[in-house]
Ligand binder design. Structure first.
Ligand SMILES: [Mn+2]
Length: 413
């Protein structure tokens, strides 16, 4: 008998797009393949390490209606494990849950097939399974994501706490280890620099509710940065860099091993496609943006600056460029250089120089939600003074953000 090993992963977000490549279908397709490549690597790691279980702590697909291609690739990934006598246990993340009762996530269809050794939890539940290689009995307590909109935060936390206690303490068959799968923002977790994947009104669940003597390991999902909140409460992070905010983050999976009666995690790094924002100190720049405002030929200047650089192969490059209105970069000339540098895809993110009279504040927005919030606050508060009650402005922001999130969730990859 080998010792018990569990592979813990989460946040695949299969089908996620990339800002700056929205209109380039070839790049989008290659990005989708990057994620599929990671699935193949994860499957190999599980098989090579003789794992008995693979647990996926939520957000398998970025949209709850993924493309047929992605659904097919995920199904093949599951089969590559279950055919090797590895159980696959999945919980629903916020991206796996449609809000209306008439729609259903495609992920649930996989569950309805009742494929052997595949388990999907859309609602809280538990299952005790016997590992094929280790002969260890493991009880899995599964806590999928719960949208916070209907409850205030203390009720929300209580509900999670009570559900967890009930499932841990319920009468069940004997087991050797108890593992909790949960998809939440746990208090104290570090979030990356561009956490646009988190719902705006996410509740932070206290770490203390997961710290229980009767729980051996907590397999979390939701936060994309790998981290150990305690030696047994772990976020594995996402499996690929999802945006330029994650360009310096290592991505991987967590191998959980039985050592002297405890379950110990270790991080297994996965190779990732390089995402690079320029200028960047790593490449010898001190400035945050290429300021080409006073330059006669901005394209030539940019080529001059970029020519000596050594870039990793097959990278996606974002160039931060400051230019006045009416000026642009000649793409054709830069494309030649980027091809020589073996860059897979590149784009320019323009920071415009605007007349002070036109707008009083200029700051880069992280995303549509950020821009909307700022716009409403600008129009109703900064411009109108105190003419509008704060409650009303907050309501407009809240409702608007809900609509934007709804649209983003419906996005077809
Ligand atoms: Mn999530």
């Amino acid at each position: 008998m080998s010792k018990l090993r569990i592979l813990h992963t989460a946040d695949f977000h299969l089908g996620v797009g990339l800002k700056g490549a929205e209109t380039n279908s070839i790049v989008i397709q290659r990005r989708h393949l990057d994620f599929i490549t990671q699935l193949k690597r994860i499957s190999s790691i599980a098989i090579e390490n003789e794992c008995d279980f693979v647990v996926i702590s939520g957000d398998v697909f970025h949209s709850f209606r993924p493309s047929g291609f992605l659904l097919n690739e995920f199904s093949r990934f599951v089969a590559s494990l279950t055919e090797n006598n590895i159980y696959v246990i999945v919980i629903a993340g916020n991206h796996d849950q449609p809000r209306t009762s008439r729609t259903e996530a495609y992920l649930k269809a996989l569950h309805e097939v009742r494929a052997p050794r595949f388990y999907y939890f859309k609602t809280p539940g538990s299952i005790t399974l016997n590992g094929f290689r280790s002969n260890r009995k493991v009880k899995f307590v599964c806590l999928p994501y719960l949208p916070p909109s209907v409850l205030d935060s203390s009720k929300y936390i209580n509900l999670i706490d009570e559900t967890l206690s009930e499932l841990v303490e319920e009468k069940s068959e004997e087991y050797d280890y108890l593992v909790v799968l949960a998809h939440f923002y746990v208090e104290g977790a570090k979030i990356g620099s561009l956490p646009s994947y988190l719902p705006i009104y996410d509740v932070r669940v206290p770490k203390s509710i997961f710290k229980r003597d009767d729980v051996n390991y907590v397999a979390l999902g939701h936060i994309h940065l790998f981290q150990e909140l305690s030696p047994s409460i772990v976020y594995p992070g996402s499996i690929e860099r999802m945006n330029f905010g994650e360009e310096d983050e290592d991505k991987g999976v967590v191998l959980v091993e039985e050592i002297n009666g405890d379950l110990k995690p270790s991080f297994k790094k996965l190779p990732c496609r390089p995402l690079i924002t320029l200028p960047k100190s790593k490449f010898g720049f001190t400035e945050k943006v290429f300021d080409l405002t006073g330059v006669l030929n901005p394209t030539r200047k940019l080529i001059e600056v970029l020519s000596p650089l050594n870039l990793p192969k097959e990278a996606i490059v974002r160039l931060m460029v400051k230019l006045p209105y009416g000026k642009g970069i000649a793409k054709e000339e830069l494309t030649k250089l980027m091809k020589e540098k073996k860059v897979m895809h590149w784009f320019v993110e323009l920071v415009r120089v605007r007349d002070e009279d036109v707008i009083s504040h200029v700051r880069p927005f992280r995303d549509v939600k950020d821009a909307f919030k700022d716009y409403i606050e600008h129009v109703f508060i900064k411009r109108q003074g105190k003419a509008f009650p704060k409650d009303l402005v907050d309501l407009i922001v809240t409702e608007g953000l809900k609509i934007i999130e709804e649209i983003e969730r419906e996005e077809v990859p």
